[in-house]
Design a protein around this ligand. Structure first.
Ligand code: ATP
Ligand code: ZN
Length: 297
């Protein structure tokens, strides 16, 4: 059995390090040197394709790769472009990841009279995401022209090519440097797992499901804590109510101490000092919070 599953990730950019770390946390050992375009999974049947992020949805659409890690902004833009072309989209956006956060927002030149979406009627907007922006205008019944710019979108207004822009922002510093004011956001984006909709062999399906399950496990673990404490037996309900994202706790009797038990619980959200203080308030003592390394639900 020498079938291999191909995972496409960004070759060099904002998503690269995070994507590699995520796959490594899933237990994948990748052998890869900097200038190679393919990384080899040493201990599992996965090969990693290092490509431009914009090419990732297309590789899955063509079933050349089975999985991809890419910004939802890129995936949704491609999905809309296939739909506009009357072809079906052959991938599904699966788990949102915990990196690549950004937003797709309008920005208006300081010198312009455009101050909000309402002023965009009849205007020209430059963007690298023409399908997403057109879709937004259609949904909001705004008649505006969308012109595609593949890079340096911020320059479009000063070049006289557009009245406003719609681009990815995280801090807004680039906008300010180009005398643009941040406007409304039309999409919040985060890196996402894309999975091919194509029919796969049983072997590939098994490994695709396994890696997606491990990715979900890694995401849960990032926030999760294992909490141990002593508590009055009758306070268990109050305790579980105080801890966000917990399932049924393990309750262990304490030798020779009547009415007090040890409570162990996995908490899937961030545990703050305030929560520990509240636990103490309802009678808990000897509270220990430890990080969780792996989790399989
Ligand atoms: P290439 O096309 O060569 O792979 P790129 O220039 O398109 O690279 P990056 O700038 O690395 O790519 O951005 C990749 C992704 O990172 C974006 O599509 C987006 O999902 C996410 N991202 C997060 N923050 C930002 C930001 N401030 N600006 C742009 N993209 C961001
Ligand atoms: Zn790109």
């Amino acid at each position: 059995m020498n079938e291999r599953i191909k995972i496409a990730i960004q070759k060099s950019g904002r998503l690269t390090e995070h994507s590699i770390t995520l796959l490594q946390k899933c237990g994948l050992v990748i052998s890869h040197t900097k200038d190679q375009l393919i990384g080899y999974g040493e201990n599992m049947p996965f090969d990693i394709m290092f490509v431009r992020d914009d090419d990732i949805p297309g590789l899955i659409q063509e079933n050349l790769c089975e999985i991809g890690l890419v910004g939802a902004n890129v995936a949704i833009e491609k999905k809309l472009s296939y739909e506009a072309d009357q072809s079906s989209c052959e991938f599904t956006l699966m788990s949102p990841l915990d990196f690549g956060h950004c937003k797709l927002s309008f920005a208006y030149p300081d010198s312009s009279i455009i101050r909000s979406i309402k002023d965009l009627e009849g205007k020209t907007i430059a963007t690298s995401y023409p399908f997403t922006v057109r879709n937004y205008f259609t949904e909001n019944k705004i008649n505006a022209n969308v012109t595609e710019f593949s890079g340096a979108v911020e320059l479009a207004p000063s070049l006289g090519k557009a009245d406003a822009i719609c681009d990815l922002v995280s801090t807004g510093n680039t906008l300010r440097a180009h005398n643009l004011e941040l406007g409304e956001t039309i999409m919040e984006s985060v890196a996402t797992v894309l999975k091919s909709n194509a029919k796969q062999s049983q072997f590939k399906n098994m490994w695709i499901d396994k890696i997606i399950e491990r990715i979900n496990g890694v995401l849960q673990v990032n926030e999760s804590k294992y909490i141990m404490m002593h508590a009055p037996k009758n306070a268990i309900n109050e305790i579980t109510n105080l801890l966000p994202g917990t399932e049924s706790p393990t309750v262990i009797p304490l030798d020779g101490i009547e009415g007090t038990v040890a409570v162990h619980v996995v908490c899937k959200e961030t545990v703050f000092w305030e929560t520990l203080e509240d636990l103490k308030e309802v009678g808990a003592s000897s509270i220990l919070v430890v990080p969780v390394e792996k989790m399989l639900m």
